[in-house]
Ligand binder design. Structure first.
Ligand code: GAR
Length: 201
């Protein structure tokens, strides 16, 4: 399954996917293009170093529908069949997500449905939760609201700030995301309503 990865920033989750691919652990998923909405996103360098094609689709100066059309065109140019949002910080509307039913996954640094949106680790700390974590989910037209594929909890420690907590959450993201992408490509994720079954074999 040909996978396009959408990024906006540092790209440590992308790196986890690239490393898994290099280790032969992602097949039958194949990363075919990395698309950034931010022209100087460091994630693009990670893709280039790994020999994966890159594209920039800048959201600035484009209406949302035109931006989403341009994203879909870039994905189509590389014949991507599924999409991974790996630190992609734009909201996607039904106009985009309906083109890839149960073929878009996102990683989000909270135990959804708690703390959707931006700065989830800071939201979790401000609320005073004792358990934070990561959620990998299918993307639908709601914000961080699609069916949950995988979650891992991370304990909040005394003295945590958002940066320290996010760093520990990311260790779990980097472990889970390649597993989910491999299973998606292998046809091992099935979704009925909100319930996702994820099979190792
Ligand atoms: C990741 O922790 C991801 O969960 C989060 O952004 C970070 C990107 O890091 N995504 C969101 O908050 C989406 N709402 P990365 O660029 O190093 O992969």
């Amino acid at each position: 399954m040909r996978i396009g990865v959408l990024v906006s920033g540092t790209g440590t989750n992308l790196q986890a996917l690239l490393d898994a691919q290099a280790a032969g652990a992602l097949a039958p998923a194949e990363l075919v293009v990395v698309i950034a909405n931010v022209p100087d996103a460091p994630a693009l360098d990670r893709a280039r170093r790994a020999g994966v094609a890159t594209e920039v689709v800048d959201h600035r100066g484009r209406a949302r529908a035109a931006f989403e059309d341009a994203l879909a065109e870039a994905l189509a140019r590389h014949r991507a069949e599924a999409v991974v949002l790996a630190g992609f910080m734009r909201i996607l509307t039904a106009g985009f997500v309906d083109r890839y039913p149960q073929r878009i996954v996102n990683t989000h640094p909270s135990l959804l449905p708690a703390f959707p949106g931006r700065d989830a680790p800071a939201q979790a700390l401000a609320y005073g939760v004792k358990l934070a974590g990561v959620t990998i989910h299918f993307v639908d037209a709601t914000v961080d609201g699609g069916p949950i594929i995988a979650q891992a909890a991370v304990a909040v420690e005394d003295g945590d700030d958002a940066r320290a907590l996010h760093a520990r959450i990311q260790r779990e993201e980097h472990r889970l995301l390649p597993i989910v992408v491999q299973r998606l490509a292998a046809g091992r994720l099935s979704c009925q309503g909100r319930h996702v079954r994820s099979r190792a074999e």
